[in-house]
Design a protein around this ligand. Structure first.
Ligand code: AMP
Length: 284
């Protein structure tokens, strides 16, 4: 694995592959790697000639400074995992390298996508996501970018960014990898106490509850209230949202119809750690 820390150096290295049939696959991460990240690395390796992973905890996407400070850092382990899983290139830039002096922050018109769920509860978050992804795409110019369905709304936002800026890259989404008890793998799980970790599986079982109840519970408001109550009863201290949306339009869904692609999404705090997860409710 070749490690780069400077944008100009990785740009020079990747130039022969850009716009060529020797495709570049890009897997952006914030580190504290787990099998979910590695599954994206493997998807890229299956499909692309060269796979570039990045580790960068992007300060501009954290609306809560404490969350930024406390974000888990496990670089030695990450390097071992990336070597073991045969990543070709790691880009590990500093903040100054990503946002050099004179860097102009643009504002992205994400419209409705930024007004709901993560957009509503984490103001500015998706602007930061777009900023860092656009910067990465400009430096690396990959033909493919691999993102996890675990961050469903983020996938929608990055797709919108690609369209807004006419970026010559195709996004591929990978399915959510889970722990044995169903909890979605997340770097933030490292911050949970053993007790909170045990209880956190309720986020998964609650989404499963929604999926199972859906055909029998045509009124979604009640179902969402029941789900919220379950989370609170099972140890979550605060629920930002439990939503059932049309997975394509991202608009709130009101009725169950097998033809409409539905997805349940939730965000809640346990032990002061904010976890998110989602589950497709119909086959699509
Ligand atoms: P992060 O390091 O949390 O920014 O995540 C980097 C990429 O890994 C994003 O595209 C995430 O959606 C994806 N990812 C995070 N958790 C999982 C998971 N449990 N399964 C699959 N992909 C994931």
């Amino acid at each position: 694995m070749i490690l780069f820390q400077k944008a100009a150096e990785i740009e020079r290295f990747l130039k022969p592959y850009q716009h060529s049939s020797k495709t570049i696959g890009f897997v952006p991460t914030m580190g504290a790697l787990h099998e979910g990240h590695l599954s994206l690395l493997h998807l890229s390796k299956e499909q692309c000639y060269i796979t570039v992973c990045s580790i960068f905890i992007n300060p501009t996407q954290f609306n809560d400074p404490k969350d930024f400070e406390q974000y888990p850092k496990t670089l030695t382990n990450d390097l071992q995992l990336l070597i073991q899983h045969q990543a070709d290139v790691l880009f590990l830039p500093s903040v100054e390298e990503m946002y050099p002096q004179g860097f102009q922050a643009t504002s992205y018109d994400l419209g409705y996508l930024e007004e709901v769920l993560e957009g509503k509860f984490r103001p500015g978050h998706f602007q930061g996501v777009c900023q860092v992804i656009e910067r990465f795409l400009n430096i690396l110019q990959p033909q493919f970018i691999f993102m996890g369905q675990k961050d469903f709304q983020q996938c929608k936002v990055v797709q919108k960014l690609i369209e807004l800026k006419h970026l010559p890259v195709k996004m591929i989404t990978g399915k959510t990898l889970r722990e044995k008890d169903g909890l979605a793998m997340s770097s933030r799980n490292l911050r949970l106490s053993p007790e909170a970790r045990r209880k956190a599986t309720a986020l998964y079982t609650t989404l499963l509850f929604i999926k199972e109840q859906l055909p029998y519970e045509p009124i979604f408001t009640r179902l969402k209230e029941d789900a919220t109550e379950r989370l609170l009863k099972q140890g979550f201290e605060k629920v930002d949202y439990v939503e059932i949306l049309n997975a394509e339009t991202f608009q709130p869904a009101t009725i169950y119809n097998k033809q409409v692609p539905l997805i349940a999404l939730a965000a809640a705090y346990i032990d002061g750690v904010r976890l998110i997860d989602n589950m497709p409710l119909t086959d699509y």
